[in-house]
Design a protein around this ligand. Structure first.
Ligand code: DX5
Ligand code: ZN
Length: 217
């Protein structure tokens, strides 16, 4: 369905409290939980891996949406699938064989996503549309939360046209807030990742701001 889903990124949560943060953000209205995996190689920051995903899995009732900002991807797909990912998204820039990577993700029984950095055109996914369940349009250069939104609405419109009636989500990641969310939704996005805009002002012991933030997006 094309209703808008909000996917808070736990990159903006309290790293000492991930289990409780996942429960709090879902209780406050999150549709999906977005998990940003970074390797200090594909992107200039390091976060966490499959063991952490497995640890938080029991604390998430809905979709665990795993965004891999790592290179290579293929050696780790099974580990993230076993950790309980519902969606695994790999970057088209992370290696020469995105077709093989998407095949491996679906082969592991997980929905396959493909992410595009701001500098990568929509045409990069033209030949893999039938192998993908989600296209993640990065609206920041990946690596850090809290960065300024880069307008990719033209790319989103192009992708929506290319997708036609295939059941493919368009997810937006980076700088999504109450101001930018309507722009990307209008252009055809249906899953909105929000880190800082979702978690700001709240905490596990004071989760009400999470709900206000999510409703404002
Ligand atoms: C960026 C990550 C995003 C990021 C979003 O590398 O992939 O998911 O956490 O954070 P905000 O919403 O703060 O830009
Ligand atoms: Zn992300």
């Amino acid at each position: 369905d094309r209703s808008i889903k909000i996917a808070p990124s736990i990159l903006a949560a309290d790293f000492a409290n991930f289990g409780a943060e996942c429960e709090a953000i879902e209780a406050q209205g999150a549709d999906w939980v977005h998990v940003d995996v970074m390797d200090g190689h594909f992107v200039p920051n390091i976060t966490f891996g499959p063991a952490m995903c497995a640890a938080i899995r029991p604390h998430i009732k809905g979709v665990m949406d795993v965004h891999l900002m790592i290179s290579p991807v293929d050696p780790y797909i099974d580990a993230f699938a076993k950790a309980g990912a519902d969606v695994i998204t790999a970057h088209v820039e992370a290696g020469p064989h995105i077709h093989r990577t998407l095949q491996a993700i679906r082969g592991a029984g997980v929905k396959a996503g493909v992410a595009l950095n701001p500098g990568t055109p929509a045409s990069a996914v033209a030949d893999i549309l039938d192998m993908t369940d989600l296209i993640c349009v990065m609206t920041v250069n990946p690596g850090f939360g809290g960065q300024k939104f880069i307008d990719m609405t033209a790319k989103i419109r192009t992708l929506r046209e290319m997708i036609g009636d295939r059941p493919i989500h368009i997810e937006i990641d980076g700088g999504v807030d109450p101001k930018t969310a309507p722009l990307v939704a209008q252009a055809g996005a249906d899953v909105l990742v929000a880190g800082s805009a979702a978690f700001k002002g709240g905490s596990v012991s004071n989760p009400a701001p999470y709900g206000e933030n999510i409703r404002a997006i």
